[in-house]
Design a protein around this ligand. Sequence first.
Ligand code: NAG
Length: 350
Amino acid sequence: MALVKYGGVVLFLHFLCSAATVSAKVPAIIVFGDSTVDAGNNNNIPTILRSNFEPYGRDFYGKKPTGRFSNGRITSDFISEAFKIKPSIPAYLDPAYKISDFATGVTFASAGTGYDNATSDVLSVIPLWKEVEYYKDYQKKLRSYLGPRSANRVLTEALYMISIGTNDFLENYYTVPGRRSQFTVRQYQDFLVGIAGNFVRELYSLGARKISLGGLPPMGCLPLERTTNLMEQNQCVDSYNKVALEFNAKLKGLVKRLSSELHGINLVFSNPYYIMMFILRRPGSYGFESASVACCATGLFEMGYSCRKDNPFTCQDANKYVFWDAFHPTEKTGRIVADYVMRTVLARYL
Ligand SMILES: *[C@@H]1O[C@H](CO)[C@@H](O)[C@H](O)[C@H]1NC(C)=O
């Protein structure tokens, strides 16, 4: 028998094949969301919400300010690395990349967007429905690049990550009039959960199966929110954290419902809340020196164009800060959150 005669060879081939199957289990990571996972899509649309200039990206490969709202990489990049796919996920609208790059991972995310169309209108960024349109366009390109069979396999086996929702509350509901006159905050949460459900159903109908729906961080502890919390000596805004916890509980319920509704879906809820809270309560245990103000500029309110290179207050070592700008974590925080989410929920897809 050939198997016996060439046992060594068979064994060797078997090793290669299993290595290939393991690494092909999640062949691509496909990302939807806001600035937490945008790698530069906003550079290519007319909005003021950008970060493709220094000091953004000063700890990224080649010190390049890509449009990530970070000093370096972001959570989704570390997750791609943890799946041994590639060290960073490129933005779909970045002209430096093509379909061969996007075949193993792509982000359609847009800083400043939300579940609600009214949220993306605030700063003229890409609404979530439009991210889906880009995804459909991506599917077409992937099918012509890989051929329909291989492309469909990638689309089915890929991990879909959704990270969105903070802006619906902080940039929209609590900041601009409109939604607040229509909805109580609980009703607004339910309105957003309804959109989230339809969004997951749409991804499913387009072929997605492995989906991670992200929860909200303790958004009342973002430096910008603390800065404006004058009545409470710049403490975290407890009411915003409570809204995040309530919203997360509703998303978790949604994940449970959709898991029984949609046959063959492998949907999880990825919750950054508690790990972020743990970091904020014990920053020193991770080597952080500041958890309340950000690295960039005064650290109190600057982000985007107000976080500029020539600001003399910008910190030297972003690794000592939980937050990079007044609204976004540093690369180091992003890595800790990614490690946590990998260990607690995403490991099942490995
Ligand atoms: C958002 O806008 C798109 C495009 O106009 C529309 O198709 C969609 O129904 C809107 N979503 C909601 C929840 O209103």
